[in-house]
Design a binder for this molecule. Structure first.
Ligand code: NAG
Length: 345
């Protein structure tokens, strides 16, 4: 009995020592992100302020931000599609951001895939994250924006490929809608679910080349600068409150977020914060409405395959043939609600 008590006492002492070491040496690393111990469990990523490093030397027109982790083959496909796209002589920079594992490892094959990429239309920088930032850090911490930023940015997760014409479309929609206060950006994908959970894909009437919609799509997203800055500022403020959860009633993603909360995995759903913020501010995202639900990006791997009705129902296709009418953009795009119904035309 005495022996047992002594063991418990020793275990308690050892635990306290570890706790002390943790507080002294591990916690300070989180200083930059202003987490306090009570918030650590919630694993919320908070982008640091005042770190506006300009990662490309000169003024550029387009920055493609490729988010990678440990899928070398996907990354190679994504980069190869960027190589085949048209840039019309504009200044392009590609940032490849590779996240590291929780133990600090960068996947060697992914790194090699990024380093092997050569791009004749502009410059490329490969960034190793120095700590695991997860999907939040990848999306919220990699575009170093200020009010003065002029470039167009496009976020691509590594399983996305672009259409040859993606930049032509992006330039046109930015020019047309960046000055519209409630347009928060451009989703380049051709297919999207209805976020209410209704069946089928989003689709505006055939006569329309774009539509606006309350929820962003993340298979290629290009933010409108002002709205992105507003979102980041709000996120920084709001996410530091561990009891706040970004739930929007009636949306499927809210249910996913809720179930992630139960399993402690909300760190995979940064988009829920964007959805909440957009809802709160009545912001909309522009989507293409092209024939056969082609997109300017796709998260499938159908490149080079022939078009068939079967594929149409799978991951969607990247636009293969350009027509100028795709950028004959209306001043007020038709708006769909989360059930996919036209709100006003
Ligand atoms: C990035 O990670 C790779 C793979 O571990 C390594 O070979 C490379 O030296 C790293 N680069 C930098 C700049 O840290």
């Amino acid at each position: 009995m005495k022996r047992c008590l002594r063991l418990i006492l020793i275990a308690t002492v050892i635990l306290s020592v570890f706790r002390l070491l943790y507080i002294l040496f591990v916690l300070p690393e989180y200083g930059e992100t202003r987490l306090h111990p009570g918030q650590l469990w919630s694993k919320r990523y908070l982008p640091s302020l005042g770190h506006q490093i300009n990662v490309s030397p000169q003024q550029i027109d387009l920055r493609v931000i490729v988010l990678a982790y440990d899928r070398a083959e996907s990354l190679t496909r994504c980069l190869a599609s960027l190589k085949e796209a048209e840039y019309n002589g504009d200044r392009v920079h590609i940032d490849v951001w590779i996240d590291c594992s929780k133990s600090g490892q960068i996947d060697g094959d992914t790194y090699t895939a990024a380093m092997l990429f050569s791009f004749k239309y502009g410059t490329v920088t490969v960034h190793n994250h120095t700590r695991h930032v997860g999907i939040y850090g990848q999306w919220l911490g990699t575009w170093k924006v200020t009010e003065q930023t002029k470039e167009i940015a496009l976020f691509l997760e590594d399983d996305v490929t672009v259409s040859k014409y993606f930049y032509k479309w992006l330039k046109a929609v930015h020019t047309k809608y960046d000055s519209v206060a409630n347009i928060n950006g451009y989703s380049t994908q051709g297919m999207s679910m209805k976020h209410s959970g209704d069946r089928g894909w989003l689709q505006a009437p055939k006569s329309e080349v774009v539509f606006s919609y309350p929820v962003l799509g993340t298979w290629g997203f290009s933010p409108s600068l002002k709205n992105w800055l507003g979102f980041l500022n709000w996120y920084r403020e709001t996410a530091s409150n561990p009891s706040f959860h970004p739930l929007v009633p009636g949306l499927k993603p809210s249910n996913w977020y809720r179930s992630f909360m139960k399993s402690g995995k909300t760190d995979s759903m940064w988009s829920m914060w964007h959805i909440y913020y957009a809802n709160k501010n009545n912001e909309l995202t522009i989507y293409p409405n092209l024939p056969f639900r082609q997109g300017l990006t796709t998260n499938g791997n159908e490149k080079g395959l022939h078009y068939s009705t079967k594929q149409k129902t799978q991951a969607g296709r990247a636009l293969v043939e350009w027509l100028d009418k795709y950028i004959a953009l209306p001043s007020v795009p038709v708006q769909l609600d989360t059930h996919g119904r036209v709100v006003r035309s």
